[in-house]
Ligand binder design. Sequence first.
Ligand code: NAD
Length: 497
Amino acid sequence: MAYYNPDEIAIPNGHFSHGQLDSSTGHERHAVTRPSDGVVYAEIPIADGPYVDRVVRASYESFRSSDWATRAPRDRAKVLMRWAELVEDNCQYLAQLESLGSSRTYQDVLQWDIPYVADTIRFFAEMADKDGGYVGTTQSNRFGMVVTEPYGVVGAITPWNFPMSMAMWKAAPALAAGNAVVMKPSELTPFSTLCLAQLAIDAGLPNNMFNVVLGTGQVTGAALCEHPLVSRVTFTGSTQTGANIMSACALTGPKPATLELGGKSPQIVFADAPDIELAASMVAKAITGNAGQVCVSGSRLIIEQALYEQFIPLIIAHFKQLIAGKTWEQNTTLGPIISEQQLSRIESIIQKSISDGSQCLYGGERIIGHECGTYFQPTILKVTGCDDIAIMQEIFGPVLTVQTFTSEQEAWQLASHNTYGLAAGVHTSNLDRALRAVRNIEAGSVWINRYGRTFDHIMPTGGYKCSGIGKDIGKEAFEENRRSKTVMIDFDLNPSN
Ligand code: NAD
């Protein structure tokens, strides 16, 4: 049974500026494939440098001439609140558009992503009038203050794994803070972002305050980062691309960049975990949610030796319940891997790891029988050393590595990763140990007896080490979208002062 027929969904296609889609031809095109069945269902235009230039200039012009940045922040908030309502009003179409060409299942988008997106917008709408700068102390005939202002045009570049949620991590704080946004969504999943941009205009956002350029990273994304009128860049994606973007921002600015990058997050389970079965279900979900294509996937199980024999079968029992299938089918609980290229990469990492001595405890192969869809079995790999490829590299699939420890110190050592520091989960009922975990683990988020982000948007997210710079969500994300200006006013002028 299917929720909808993927061939019958209207696809908005084209760049978005001046309040509408530009479906003119004349650009090179990029084919977009449905990972659920391998069907090429659209071709997007690739915005080249001159096109990106026109769109950025239109946004800059709107930033300067519309009153978005200068109107009372509570009035900006009203528009954003209306936008959130429109997202909810259009939830079914948005969920179809999102699930159709991505790894997100229709029911997950409806149940999680749509409310998350609407709440993200509302959170930042509520922040719009909470930022006031401050008065600095100075001499008595001088008044000193620090005011904050938006940057101007923010260039936003998003990945394919949660297209709408990632788009709102970027657009909602930037717009609430008074900026204009030019966004380049992933070329693999571009369409829901176009719909969100249209809904923003319908909610009352001035034209060109949220524009979208479609295209590849190397052409369109690079042109956006390098544009002189883009004052700040915000990016979510892989560490390698983040490094390229940072370099482009340095060479063509310098301009600040928020970078949310890759991860290789540990889930550390002690034998004194408060509920072993619950911990196993959390571990299983943290590596199979979105088929493991989550930046904070708990991809490294680090488990106390004494618990190992009992714990692995509990995880396998959860894996066995998953049903791989198309994102629009009702019984699907394990969606596809985003592309054949990514699926082949997962296979080659596993093969290399096994040839280097890892033992495959479960899964390890692609799932066939879904036309040309790209699916991978939930997999458990018992690795032999910390330098194994499956430990070193972000796999971005449902692949859990396992390492055991016999002392707490060893657990912290295994948890520490050479490259990444995005998140970590720790299961223990020992409060002292939990607090030592917080102290010892180098990561942007540490979760005790739970795993994963919540709808509490006040809790920021971001990485340590090569997992990122800066924060998304939280008040930090709003603040990163404003810059401060120091103002001094002298009075009772006296030449001797
Ligand atoms: P990616 O780096 O391949 O692409 C991300 C975006 O960058 C795409 O829109 C792409 O077109 C663009 N891009 C590529 N090269 C570019 C360049 N030179 N200049 C400008 N833009 C360029 O990442 P992906 O495969 O789309 O997403 C998966 C990655 O995202 C994983 O590594 C995952 O961990 C990470 N991610 C991180 C977070 C976080 O919060 N830290 C959240 C989600 C995803």
